[in-house]
Design a protein around this ligand. Sequence first.
Ligand SMILES: Nc1nc2c(ncn2[C@@H]2O[C@H](COP(=O)(O)OP(=O)(O)OP(=O)(O)O)[C@@H](O)[C@H]2O)c(=O)[nH]1
Ligand SMILES: *[C@@H]1O[C@H](CO)[C@@H](O)[C@H](O)[C@H]1NC(C)=O
Ligand SMILES: [Mg+2]
Length: 325
Amino acid sequence: MSPSLTSPVSGVRKSTRVVFIARFTQCYTVLVFFSPSLIVHPEEDRKYRSAKFSKPVPLPSVHDEAEVDLTVVIPAYNETKRMPAMMQSTLAHLTSSACSARSYEILIIDDGSKDGTSNLALDLAAKNPKIDIRVITLIKNLGKGGGVRHGMLHGRGRRLLMVDADGASRFEDLELLWKAMDKLSPDEKQASIAVGSRAHLVKTEAVVKRSILRNILMYGLHTILRIVGVGHIRDTQCGFKLFSRGAAQQIFPYQHLATWIFDVEVLLLAKQLQIPVAEVPIQWHEVSGSKLNVVTDSLQMLKDLLILRANILLGRWKAPPRSKR
Ligand SMILES: Nc1nc2c(ncn2[C@@H]2O[C@H](COP(=O)(O)OP(=O)(O)OP(=O)(O)O)[C@@H](O)[C@H]2O)c(=O)[nH]1
Ligand SMILES: *[C@@H]1O[C@H](CO)[C@@H](O)[C@H](O)[C@H]1NC(C)=O
Ligand SMILES: [Mg+2]
């Protein structure tokens, strides 16, 4: 073939390639600009108060050896109204015969509340001096994901449970998650996860009673989640999830999102690390006073899902496999 025939073609190819690279670089720059970097907490955040210590003392790390069987991580933002009842049922179960063989601690992470949530939590700690209730007061409000992550990184439990402060889940259902995790692996050093699921409630009163808008958004979210890659989990957003210490060590240091979508990131990291996840149907009832703003939080969620998907596709966000550390 004569060069005069081939050169224009390769010239076109070259210029489209240049345009593509330029576009890609632009998109990449925009992504980097909008992506949050790993959360770094100020010194004050890495301390706790309790019935024993009214002055803040340093928190231990999840990378230390476990000291208790269970850590209960409660993210709380403006929760003075809803937390007392939730704590009552939590303590009732933990002090019942079902848990008598289990040592535990409770971490309440007050995410920069404006309503005295920390004081309420400290009162609860003072009233229950035999129970290890630790109150962590974050200086700045980060979002639920930031609160949960912080608790998970500073728990001493062989297993760590995250649970909402509103009491929407039935705390006794911890036993269902516990048994499901026993089946995956009784060894806390092995990474395993058991998540509560409300999928079986979708056609029942508990969910139908929610506003139409919330239900439409729920179905929309599920469609997007399938695209994002967590279609294998039927209910990603349930606020009742149990992690083995091994799983918490491998996942939470690498969690970027502090907002509502953090559950999806955590489950994607688990999938990438091939950590087994059991989904367990649990009881749930809607509690009024939700902190979720349907309109603004939905837009934020959509934005976070795009950021999450793009960062994972490009390999910017990942957790190193255990063997490589
Ligand atoms: N750390 C932290 N926790 C928050 C924030 N907003 C809400 N939470 C906590 O997240 C949990 C769930 O919040 P809810 O307001 O119950 O959310 P919801 O709308 O009921 O959502 P569902 O329970 O999934 O239906 C509670 O423990 C809140 O205190 C926040 O800004 N920071
Ligand atoms: C938290 O409480 C403060 C003060 O009462 C209020 O200004 C703020 O809007 C509350 N935030 C939420 C999400 O309820
Ligand atoms: Mg709730």
